[in-house]
Design a protein around this ligand. Structure first.
Ligand code: MN
Ligand code: MN
Length: 293
């Protein structure tokens, strides 16, 4: 039973916008560039194209695997040799795309093996996609591609199905085999996202970061909070997106109504590369929605 979204072209368009924003982010991540400016530019490009970011631009560095976005006064500038995961999401009326790639700042070529391992894991995983395919075969292909470069796939970070307004749907797509009996269905939208590391291959929660989401509708009692819920619903957002001092203040005093995402860091302090595409399970195999046109 195929389960295509009824507005499939909107999903394709959101993914094209996300792909272009990803490439922009990769180009802008150069020595001396401020992390905050790169995040603002990525999100600005998504909005200029008529979509909304489906989460704040993630610019996690080095041993940070995911979930780092700059706060409004982030002072950091990238330096040559940083390994930066540019992880970008866009949505059109809840039709979500999620895509990432890794750049070695300044082209120092010290971590090319990591970057290639993540990309090859992604390619190998995508090659397994078709209706009726076992997710475990996708996972095995990812793990083998990464291990064949002498590196480790991240065991406890997974890809995921995507549903309308729901970035992480009910299906996990692990980066190692042995964790799932799930089967892919025609018409599903999924994100495949291998992470490769020279560490131990697991992440743990680091410090709480700057990405939050509403646990539920906060109601109308606090107008600033209600306005933000109207814009973001239950999708992740960040203080850089507050439009006024009233909204910034509402965020600061409403931590209990918000889920705050920790930054994920490699357990062994290893460095981490990531590659991710949003993929449609088409009749004959994968349609990579977030590939460049
Ligand atoms: Mn994802
Ligand atoms: Mn992502």
């Amino acid at each position: 039973m195929a389960r295509y979204p009824p507005d499939l072209d909107r999903w394709r368009e959101a993914a094209r916008i996300a792909a272009e924003a990803r490439e922009l982010g990769l180009r802008l991540t150069v020595p001396g560039a401020r992390r905050r400016d790169v995040a603002d530019a990525i999100e600005g490009a998504i909005r200029a194209a008529g979509a909304e970011p489906s989460f704040p631009a993630n610019l996690s560095r080095n041993n940070e695997a995911a979930h780092y976005t700059p706060d409004p006064d982030d002072p950091v500038a990238f330096v040559a040799g940083d390994l930066v995961k540019v992880d970008v999401g866009a949505h059109l009326d809840g039709a979500i795309a999620d895509t990432a790639d890794t750049v070695e700042v300044g082209g120092t070529h010290r971590y090319e093996n990591l970057v290639r391992a993540a990309r090859e894991g992604l390619r190998a995983g995508i090659a397994q996609v078709r209706p009726g395919a076992r997710v475990n075969d996708v996972s095995r292909a990812i793990a083998e591609a990464i291990r064949s470069r002498g590196l480790k796939p991240m065991e406890n970070l997974t890809g995921h199905s995507i549903e309308r307004y729901l970035l992480h749907g009910g299906m996990a797509i692990p980066n190692v085999p042995g964790f799932t009996d799930a089967v892919l269905e025609e018409g599903q939208v999924i994100a495949i996202e291998p992470f490769a590391t020279n560490g131990v291959g697991r992440i743990e929660n680091g410090a709480f970061g700057n990405i939050v989401r509403f646990r539920a509708d906060p109601g109308a009692k606090d107008p600033a909070l209600a306005a933000m819920f109207g814009r973001f619903r239950t999708l992740p957002f960040t203080a850089r997106w507050a439009r006024s001092d009233a909204e910034r203040a509402a965020l600061a005093r409403s931590r209990r109504q918000l889920q705050t995402y920790p930054v994920f860091v490699e357990v062994g302090g290893g460095w981490v590369a990531q590659a991710e595409h949003t993929v449609l399970v088409g009749p004959a195999g994968a349609e990579v929605l977030s590939a460049l046109p």
